[in-house]
Design a binder for this molecule. Structure first.
Ligand SMILES: Cc1cc2nc3c(=O)[nH]c(=O)nc-3n(C[C@H](O)[C@H](O)[C@H](O)COP(=O)(O)OP(=O)(O)OC[C@H]3O[C@@H](n4cnc5c(N)ncnc54)[C@H](O)[C@@H]3O)c2cc1C
Ligand code: SF4
Length: 330
């Protein structure tokens, strides 16, 4: 690991100011992703601003919804009564990730910003446009079994690996951030992560030095009928090959509105508004869910080794919607 300066932030504005002032500085939260990347020499900050003493851990009611502190751990968030009762989809998604020990350390802000698990990104001997812009993409013609089938570019075919964000997209969360000088703004979650395009080195639309303070969830009508399904190579401690955050608002067996967000298939959580539109007004039945699954993957462009994700993804959508709607006792 390279030498770096360490500072403990005393308040959010000072933390944002310190990182903004130094282009090589980074925030440190639970460290479960950043420190691994530093050990692998993938990330090379020369200064870490430690956020862990900031009072951004609160989970509380706001205007009909709930605000979740960026520094609350994944464990505390998943177990909080307000989340379990009102947003069970979020609890399920968080618990599907990592392991108990990691979730005890991992924070919500850090989880949103975790970096791809593309193996070429981690291997500094290989070309990678995300790690070193302009060097090429090792995965495009390499081993791309875990990579994207939607929204990728010739510059990068990586996927976003997280689980929690898939549920946050379905719940239409908003990310509250603070920049240097105390400037605040909010970012709708759908605009938070980016597709790779020509600049895969930028994962999100956060500016350098902007601190995530909280994630806000609006009131939700999906508490009764939602399900998070994660398909992976082994039952725990593995990232999603395909994941589905499904949520339905039902009126006597008819779908009033739906949310379908796919994980493990694109550079960001992939909300399929087309699948949602296809479900609206339809009976909550296996046939409706199959039609929605076809729509969700109609634009999929698999790479050499990940064609299996298309069929797997469709089946996962159907199963997640069956479980959300409890059709057939699923
Ligand atoms: C073996 C293993 C398995 C895992 N499996 C899964 C899984 O299946 N599903 C899943 O979703 N995750 C998984 N994870 C990822 C884990 O959830 C993340 O590493 C964790 O959530 C990151 O949170 P952190 O607080 O440790 O972030 P850190 O590592 O401290 O930071 C990550 C990034 O976020 C930035 N950052 C942190 N907080 C803020 C903030 N408030 N504002 C602005 N920037 C900030 C940091 O500068 C850094 O760039 C796994 C991790 C490991 C090591
Ligand atoms: S897919 Fe993206 S992260 Fe992976 S090697 Fe290509 S550019 Fe790098």
């Amino acid at each position: 690991m390279r030498p770096f300066k360490y500072a403990r932030a005393s308040d959010p504005t000072a933390a944002a100011g310190a990182v903004t002032a130094n282009p090589q500085a980074k925030f440190l939260a639970g460290g479960t992703n950043l420190l691994d990347l530093m050990k692998e020499d993938v990330e090379r900050p020369n200064e870490l601003v430690d956020l862990t003493r900031l009072k951004l851990t609160e989970i509380r009611r706001i205007r009909g919804g709930v605000s979740i502190g960026a520094l609350a751990t994944n464990t505390d968030t998943a177990n909080h009564p307000l989340i379990r009762r009102n947003y069970p989809l979020l609890t399920q998604a968080i618990v599907a990730g990592a392991s108990g020990q990691l979730r005890n350390m991992a924070t919500n802000g850090g989880n949103l910003l975790q970096r791809t698990r593309c193996q070429y990104f981690y291997d500094t001997a290989m070309p990678c446009n995300k790690r070193e812009p302009g060097t090429g993409c090792g995965a495009r013609e390499g081993l791309n079994r875990i990579h994207a089938i939607l929204g990728w570019s010739e510059k990068c075919v990586a996927t976003y690996p997280g689980d929690m964000a898939n549920a946050l997209y379905a719940l239409e969360a908003v990310v509250r951030v603070r920049g240097a000088g105390g400037r605040e703004r909010t970012i709708p979650i759908d605009e938070f992560h980016r597709l790779p395009g020509e600049t895969p080195e930028r994962d999100t639309n956060l500016e350098h030095g902007e601190l995530i303070e909280a994630i806000e969830l609006p009131g939700s009508s999906f508490a009764k009928n939602s399900h998070y399904l994660k398909v992976r190579d082994r039952a725990s401690y593995a990232f999603a090959l395909v994941a589905v955050a499904a949520a339905l608002e039902l009126d006597r067996g008819t779908i009033r509105q739906a949310r379908v967000v796919l994980g493990g298939v694109a550079h960001k959580p992939w909300r399929s508004r087309e699948a949602e539109a296809a479900l609206s007004g339809k009976p909550a039945s296996e046939e409706s869910f199959r039609q929605a699954a076809e729509v969700a993957f109609k634009d999929a462009k698999p790479l050499a080794h990940n064609g299996y994700k298309v069929e797997l993804g469709k089946r996962a959508v159907v199963r997640a919607l069956m479980r959300a709607s409890k059709v057939g006792g699923a």
